[in-house]
Design a protein around this ligand. Structure first.
Ligand code: SF4
Length: 274
């Protein structure tokens, strides 16, 4: 009787073995995960709100697109999703440690699937929405609260720095400082800690931040200007990003001089989208 296992036809034993192994190891496994990560839908978001971190973006048009609920024209690749998700998981772990250390302030936190998350805050007047990573109290002075913003970064960003700036292990990013200031202003908690952890060596650096009320007022003003423009179905001005930043913008493919005016975010029965 002939030995069929040695034939390389569709459905033969040999073709099955080759498919299971893949040309470069079990490459089908990564392809399956990448495919799931890149499936449209993960980037869906309702318009009608500006996350506090969005107000750090230099480009008014970018902020306007997000507020109007425009879908990204560019696909976010699997590698970038892995970086985002790794950051999220590290943040979850640090919050668990803050809980274990007895520092979490539970009036600003809630549990989802056994994990603590900050309560989402909304300032409807300015359509600003955000979720603080954590709110803690001082171990000896329970009445003294702090906003905690958790950031993970690679070895270069933590230790070496780049573009002439020192690493976050030495000096916090101004963008992160400004963002955390928004959280302080909105929560009325005027002390904050920026927590950096290196994803490569897991060293930690914490920076204490003072509150800047003027910066908070500027952020609210900017949110209001962009909101009014989009609500009036006008497209905010572009700010071309340096270092090729526009090429990485998720709206690059639709951001042209012919971009039609944005459509105001729709209210559903008088309620802003969630
Ligand atoms: S492509 Fe550049 S100009 Fe256009 S929205 Fe993005 S950052 Fe702004």
């Amino acid at each position: 009787m002939p030995d069929d296992s040695l034939k390389i036809g569709k459905g033969s034993a040999l073709s099955r073995i080759l498919a299971l192994r893949g040309a470069a190891g079990a490459d089908w496994l990564q392809a399956a995960i990448d495919n799931w990560l890149e499936t449209p839908g993960q980037d869906e978001r309702a318009g009608g709100w500006m996350h506090a971190s969005l107000l750090d973006e230099d480009c008014d048009r970018y902020v306007g697109y997000v507020y109007a609920g425009v879908r990204f024209s560019e696909k976010i690749d699997a590698l970038t999703w892995r970086k985002f998700r790794t950051g999220d998981k590290l943040e979850e772990r640090v919050i668990e440690e803050l809980d274990g250390a007895g520092l979490l302030d539970y009036s600003f936190m809630h549990k989802v699937n056994e994990h603590w998350h900050g309560n989402t805050q909304e300032i409807e007047e300015f359509r600003i929405r955000f979720t603080p990573d954590a709110v803690i109290h001082h171990p000896e002075h329970a009445e003294d609260l702090f906003v905690v913003e958790i950031k993970s970064c690679n070895n270069r960003m933590f230790h070496t720095g780049w573009r002439g700036q020192p690493g976050y292990g030495t000096k916090p990013s101004q963008i992160h400082v400004d963002r955390t200031n928004v959280y302080m202003g909105a929560l009325g908690i005027h002390r904050a800690i920026l927590y950096y952890e290196c994803k490569d060596c897991h060293e930690v650096k914490t920076h204490f931040l003072n509150y800047d009320s003027e910066l908070w007022e500027k952020r609210k003003f900017r949110a209001n200007v962009i909101r009014k423009l989009v609500d009036a179905e006008q497209t905010p001005q572009k700010t071309i990003q340096p270092f090729g930043g526009c090429l990485k913008c998720p709206f690059y493919g639709i951001c042209t001089d012919e971009t039609p005016p944005l459509t105001a975010p729709k209210l559903i029965k008088g309620i802003f989208p969630r």
